[in-house]
Design a protein around this ligand. Structure first.
Ligand code: BGC
Length: 711
């Protein structure tokens, strides 16, 4: 390979598949071997033609890689990743990723920039919607499930698999102030125990690539962070796959202030272990001269090229460069009845019931008149959620349509938009909405955010319902009809008034969190609203009472003065309770569950043993339902402070009324270990607590002792 051809393999350009214009410059690049992969192109017609150019008209005939963000489904849009994480059902999440891979690969794609595995402890950050929330354990389980689904555990031999890319490495979610791309400053312990864990899990599950993040960590931008990419990711974890930069992030080393010009930026990134330059065009255009002048070691280039070629080889592209470009498969693989059924099932599983006083839910299908209020109820675009891939608004069944389909034709549905969903600030629709509520037996009020209010760069300083929505909720509540609030949103919201009311006024009795559920929004939500499905999802992130409480997360430290209500010199606020509105892991059901006392296989153990913890869970209500049994631990005394709780296991189980199941968890060395002051991974002797329950607060506890520790 010539140096130019080598650098070409490291160059990735964007070419939108929604834009058919022929970019002659890129065609020329392909013929000259000056591009290795494209981002943003899909569709067999298009990709096949470009692949043909590469393997027939370029000198070396090296096939191209086609990449895209396949985040939650492809044509069959599934719930946003945060919602899916709230299912606490890794098998269902794996299936969702598998279907996304089947559809995206049928449209010519080899590579997805997913899963997004960034831990998000700050819901102001818009990208919380793309990940699995605040917890490293839940995040790791979901990361591994998605990698398995996309790439069959790294076995890419079938052409309906995608090379997975865990992103954004790393600590991107730690952006100060919740502002995307912002500075990240954190301890190495927090970095490793919280932010890196899901990446390690993704690598272990066989992720073939990693994307470096836009942000800096402790003074070093990730695109130039050799310690984290070369030493931790490749060195400590043994990752052998590809590392791709984020979009124009190599060039952004200049505004970060660590590179004076493009060439310097390229050298820094390549030396740090970033193999592919996404869109900056620096590897392709600015490095050749440096190698020739002896200022950049060609061995660094060779190493990166080898990784790119290996990925193409693993995808089988050297055997058959057209294996992902089959027009027949494209015709038959998208939006199939089977995929739609899976999307509906995933959506039902992702819904979280936050409140249900007086058993207002499920609603009866015998209602003669039902008011549906809120423009989000019929918003196709928002139903898809951010990063909706090939999702088409025409395929969406909205919440309103789902309700219409679920009720008999004789039922009268009074729909009123209530607010203008562009700004949410207009009260002009209130009167009609109030009139609809007055004329109906019951009211479904849909509130929240549009899809554009979360996702990349869509950060919010406030977590309140945007605009005049709370005012609308108050006005509708005042009408006095049975009221259900359905939330559509991409992040935790501080919906205090809905939950708690004010000044003794009775508050909203029922709240259903639906996030953005994808093409099957309506059927899935209607299944839950009318009782054909009993909700069992649980929150993957804490709901604060106010943005002022951030950061607020369940696995915090205890401090020397933990908050005690009414005691001044403890860690709390003057103007708000210290507790969240809803804790991590929270969610109700139409039935009730009771937990027995946890049973430990032994009261004490050596570090080498495995401890088994069992708990009986009983459905004490009248309906069959799912419960997510959650298992947390706490190290009571250690050489460094430890979180008050850490999730170490969970299981979503189904119980018939009156049924009891025994759920068993195993605790191993890894579950108890942490980084000590010397940053060694250790288990220290002493007492540990275990907690079992249906959320991170309401738990049963037991205790055991580790008699001897271990490095
Ligand atoms: C995002 C990535 C994404 C890339 C390509 C960037 O702006 O940060 O998550 O994969 O664009 O679309």
């Amino acid at each position: 390979m010539t140096l130019e051809e080598k650098l070409g393999q490291l160059a990735q350009y964007r070419w939108s598949w929604r834009d058919d214009t022929v970019k002659e410059q890129y065609r020329q690049y392909i013929r000259e071997g000056r591009v290795g992969s494209f981002l943003g192109i899909a569709g067999v017609g298009h990709t096949r033609e470009l692949q043909r150019l590469a393997v027939e008209e370029s000198r070396l005939k090296i096939p191209l890689l086609f990449a895209e963000d396949v985040i939650h489904g492809w044509r069959t849009t599934f719930p946003v990743p945060l919602a899916e994480a709230g299912s606490w059902d890794p098998a269902a999440v794996e299936r969702s990723a598998r279907i996304a891979a089947i559809e995206a690969s049928a449209m010519g794609l080899h590579w997805t920039f997913a899963p997004m595995v960034d831990i998000a402890r700050d819901p102001r950050w818009g990208r919380i919607v793309e990940g699995s929330g605040e917890d490293p354990y839940l995040g790791s389980v979901m990361a591994a499930a998605r990698v398995r689904g996309f790439s069959r555990g790294g076995d890419l031999s079938a052409p309906n698999t995608l090379l997975a890319c865990a992103k954004h490495f790393a600590a991107y979610g730690g952006a100060e102030g919740g502002r995307d791309y912002n500075t990240v400053e954190l301890s190495e312990r927090t970095l490793r125990e919280i932010y890196l864990e899901p990446f390690r899990a993704a690598v272990q599950a066989g992720a073939g690539s990693i994307m470096s993040a836009f942000n800096e960590v402790n003074g070093v931008p990730m695109t130039a962070n050799g310690w984290m990419i070369n030493d931790i990711l490749r060195g400590e974890w043994g990752f052998t796959g590809l590392v791709v930069s984020d979009y124009t992030a190599v060039a952004e080393l200049q505004p970060h202030g660590v590179a004076a010009n493009r060439a310097e930026a390229g050298v820094l990134a390549l030396a740090a272990g970033v193999d592919i330059d996404m869109v900056s065009g620096i590897y392709g255009n600015d490095l050749e001269e440096l190698v020739r002048q002896g200022k950049l070691d060609e061995a660094l280039v060779d190493q990166a090229v080898r990784r790119v070629l290996e990925a193409k080889y693993r995808l089988g592209l050297f055997d058959d460069p057209y294996r992902y470009h089959d027009a027949e498969r494209e015709k038959t693989s998208l939006l199939t009845p089977e995929h739609l059924a899976a999307a509906r099932e995933m959506a039902r599983k992702s819904i979280v019931l936050l409140k249900n006083e007086k058993e207002i839910l499920p609603l009866s299908k015998n209602l003669k008149t039902l008011a549906v209020i809120g423009a989000l109820a019929d918003d196709r675009r928002s139903s898809l959620g951010p990063w909706s891939g090939a999702g088409d608004t025409a395929d969406v069944v909205t919440l309103l349509e789902g309700i219409e389909r679920a009720l008999p034709a004789s039922a009268k549905i009074l729909y009123a938009e209530g607010y203008d969903k562009k700004t949410f600030t207009d009260r002009g629709g209130f009167a009609r909405a109030i009139q609809a509520a007055k004329s109906a037996e019951a009211v479904i009020l849909v509130l929240g955010e549009t899809a554009g209010m979360s996702g990349e760069a869509s950060n919010r300083a406030s977590l309140d319902l945007p605009g005049e929505q709370e005012a609308l909720a108050r006005a509708i509540h005042a009408v006095g009809k049975p009221l259900v609030v359905v939330l559509m949103n991409g992040r935790p919201l501080s919906i205090n008034w809905l939950v708690e009311g004010s000044f003794g006024a009775e508050n909203v009795p029922a709240i259903l969190e639906t996030w953005f559920l994808g093409v099957q929004t309506g059927p899935a939500a209607a299944d839950v609203l009318f009782g054909d499905y009993n909700p069992g999802g649980k929150l993957p992130a804490t709901f604060p009472r106010s943005a002022g409480q951030i950061p607020i997360y369940y696995n915090h430290k205890n401090t020397g003065r933990p908050p005690i209500a009414g005691e001044h010199y403890t860690s709390q606020y003057l103007d708000l309770p210290f507790t969240p509105l809803y804790p991590f892991g929270y969610g109700l059901s139409y039935t009730t569950f009771e937990y027995g006392a946890p049973r430990l296989s032994v009261p004490e153990m050596e570090f080498i043993d495995t401890l088994t913890v069992e708990v009986n869970v009983t459905n004490t209500g009248k309906r069959p339902g799912d419960e997510v049994v959650q298992f947390y631990i706490q190290d009571e005394v250690a050489s460094v402070t430890r979180p008050v709780k850490q999730l170490r296991g969970f299981r979503r189980i189904h119980l018939e009324p009156g049924e009891t199941q025994t759920v068993t968890f195993q605790l191993t060395f890894e579950d108890l270990a942490f980084y000590n002051q010397e940053m060694q991974w250790v288990v220290e002797p002493g007492f540990f607590k275990v907690f079992l329950g249906g959320n991170s607060v309401e738990v049963q506890e037991a205790r055991f002792e580790i008699r001897s520790g271990k490095l």
